[in-house]
Design a protein around this ligand. Structure first.
Ligand code: ADP
Ligand code: ADP
Length: 226
């Protein structure tokens, strides 16, 4: 089953910069895809086009065989985790997780059920009533994940989510992400400029350069390339 399909995706920013062109990709359900490449090569722009946060100049975006090219972000079955986590500092952990469901106008009993379940799953129960300022780094990371997962997305999009973490924490979050992939069968698109991270996390790695896909390979194929 193909979860995500990009066909000749292209992005030209209003100033004329061609940020992405000729991007073709098919991602299987439950696959972990990493995008890697130097700063400015178009990774974030591609992720934002998948999320619906950036318009698509030409080409097509399909999720589970439905065309989402012109569908607004809030109607896409994707959730995005940003590098800075984008946690609302004036809200509690619980309210931060509930926010995306309130925006979607779910009934409050349903909101409570889903928020409690995901807070439990990500072991945030002890800080449910706390605000961002009181959270440790790993708790912020798990809150960002909880906010995405509570919307029950088909595809989780992660933009350099580990950049701000120390080495130990990064390792444990990496393991947590792989567990989520295994347990939920969730499809991941993971953007990083760190090649080692792309290789260790990805089932396949998309290597980008100057707005184009240079190669798409399994990690071992990249390791053994002469
Ligand atoms: P990466 O995520 O790989 O660092 P980006 O997708 O952020 O790359 O950027 C790709 C190209 O698009 C770069 O040349 C960047 O300067 C340009 N770019 C990114 N965002 C904008 C924007 N909002 N307006 C104009 N150009 C942009
Ligand atoms: P703490 O454990 O830090 O005292 P809370 O009192 O905020 O945290 O949360 C205890 C439980 O109450 C949570 O697990 C959750 O089930 C529920 N809860 C917390 N905030 C809300 C809210 N705004 N709306 C509904 N239920 C909430």
């Amino acid at each position: 089953d193909i979860d995500l399909e990009l066909v000749q995706l292209r992005k030209v920013y209003p100033g004329g910069t061609v940020a992405v062109e000729g991007f073709d990709l098919r991602v299987k359900r439950g696959e972990f895809i990493s995008f890697v490449g130097p700063s400015g090569c178009g990774k974030t722009t591609t992720l934002r086009m998948i999320a619906g946060l950036e318009s698509i100049s030409s080409g097509d975006l399909l999720i589970r065989n439905r065309n989402f090219t012109d569908v607004p972000a809030e109607k896409r079955p994707t959730a995005t985790i940003f590098q800075n986590y984008a946690i609302f500092p004036h809200m509690t952990v619980w309210e931060n997780v509930a926010f995306g469901l309130r925006v979607r106008k779910l009934p409050s009993a349903e909101i409570k059920r889903r928020v409690d379940a995901i807070i439990d799953k990500l072991e945030l129960g002890s800080v449910a009533g706390a605000k961002e300022g009181a959270l440790a780094g790993g708790q912020k990371q798990r809150l960002a994940l909880a906010r995405g997962l509570v919307t029950e997305p088909d595809i989780l999009l992660l933009d350099e989510p580990l950049g701000a973490l120390d080495a130990n924490l990064r390792k444990s979050i990496q393991e947590e992400l792989k567990l989520l992939q295994r347990n939920l069968g969730l499809t991941f698109v993971f953007v990083t400029h760190a090649q080692s991270e792309a290789l260790s996390m990805g089932d396949r790695v998309v290597v980008m350069n100057a707005g184009k896909v240079e190669q798409i390979s399994a990690p071992f194929e990249l390791y053994t390339r002469p």
